[in-house]
Every structure is written in C-alpha cells, then in structure tokens.
Design a protein around this ligand. Sequence first.
Ligand code: KIV
Length: 312
Amino acid sequence: MSITNFCSASSGAHTVTPKVTFQTLQEKKQAGRPITALTAYDYSTARLVDEAGMDLILVGDSLAMVVMGYDSTLPVTTEEMLHHTRAVRRAVKHAIVVADMPFGSYHVSVEKGVANAVRFVKEAGAEAVKIEGGAARCELVERLTEAGIPVVCHLGLTPQAVHRMGGYKVQGKTLAAAEELTRDARMLEASGAAAIVLEGMPREVAAIITSQLHIPTIGIGAGPDCDGQILVFHDLVNLSFSKPAKFVRQYGDAAALFRQAIEGYVHDVEERAFPDESESYHVSKEVMDALKAPETCEAPKAHPKAHLIRKV
Ligand code: KIV
C-alpha cells in the first residue's frame, strides 16, 4: 500500500480511493471543483461520512451543543474534544480529520495553544486543527505551521465569540466589517493557514475573500461561491432539536427514523412480540430433558457460615 493510496473500506466493491490531503484541497480550488466537508463526532457516523467520499471531516466543537446538549460551544473541554477526535480517527481512512480546538485551549497564550494542538495530533490522530478568530491569531498560526501542524482558520460568525457578537449574528454586513474580514483572511493566509472556514457572512463578502486567497475557503452560511461547503452533521439529518438556520438544508430525517424504530421496540416489548422464537437461543433436547428431571438437580448446600451472614 502506498502512502497516497489505500483500499477503502466502502461497502461493496474494493475501490482504491486516494487519501485526501491539503494539497488535494488546493488542487480542487485551482480546478474549480467544490470541496466537501461535514462534521462528525463518533465512530459510526464518521465511517458513514468517510465512506461517502467526504474530503474533510471536522470534529467540531459544535458537539457541545448537538451531542452534549449545552446551549453554546463554550463549555466543551480539551479532554472531551480529544475523546471524540480519537473515535472519529479510528473510523476515517480517506478524509482529512480536523480537530476543533475548544474555547480556552488557545486563548490564554500562544505556548498553551501550541501545546494543546500538539495533543490533538499526537494523542488523537488529528491531521490539522481549527481555531477561530482573525488577525489576533496570526502568531499562533505561524507557530503551529512551523511545528508542522496545518491550521484551518475560522472567520465571520465565530460561535466561541458569541458573547462579544451579542448572539449568533451574521457578520461582515457593513463596509468596515467586510473590509476587516477580508484583511484578516489575507493575514491568516500569509501566516500559513491551510484553509479558512467562512461562517455566517454575506455571500458577496465570502466571494471576494475566496477570490483573493490562494488557500481554499469552506463556507457555512456564506453562500455558494466558497471553494467548498461544510455543515453540522446533526443539522443535515434533523437531529439538532432546534429550528434550523436559514443556510441549513436537511437531506434526511433521522429523528423520524429513530423515533419510529424506538417506538416500535417499546411496543413490541410491551406486547411480548419481541423477542420471538427466531431471536432466541436454545439448548439441545438432551440438556433440556436433564434440566427438567428433578433428581439431577442437587439441592444447594448451605454456606458453612450462613448463620453469620446478615440478612438485609
Ligand atoms: O464546530 C463546528 O461544527 C464548526 C463548523 C460549523 C464549521 O465550527
């Protein structure tokens, strides 16, 4: 098996699927071929996402909300993100696995940011890390790139800054804000960023940034002119338990599918319709006959210290 090719574990035919790298994403941008990206947080969904041929899988800190039930991404810890990244890593053979660095893991100092990013690569098998923020992140991007860790930056509506933004609001709508986003994107690229996620901004602003950068942009709520698109897995399949944002398109209804299966199971157990004969194990007739014969069943001997055992 070469480094760049492997036999994918996709169902059916034994197909040779090339491993996606940041160079692949770069080539896709240059060729005008859209980059596909989706979040995943566990082994089973990551396998499905990878086997569908996704280019990039993000273990997003959105898991704080869609997996852990918090009302923002802020509480999830580095240990929890490492745990989920490991599960995804074990499933993925083809896509680039990017770990989202959680709030607090790179905000205190560049040194702490580098040390935590190293943990995502070394302990969880991430191929890159993602960090939120603009020009203020340039030093960290430089240091990580120097250390050999590709960095995906994240601009626009950055959920870790929810309190500063005053809510989950579209960014870059004024001239000054749009210019700042464009400048930030160029500075992050110059610092070594491997790609930039553009979230929650007017499509016109995302299009200008995309046309000015050599590195790929991956949009979410940033219109169709980015080099690629990313969505949160749970939004895609209706598992978020919240009103979908304007930019979300639902491609399936896993909530309905799961609900039907769970309710069917409850019904069958209550009606003694599950399990049935075909779902049961059996002993041979000889063992059964012996089990039924009373003389083969020796009465259990009393424990020698039974009188000392306290009855509860
Ligand atoms: O955490 C996440 O899922 C993300 C994507 C929305 C880009 O940052």
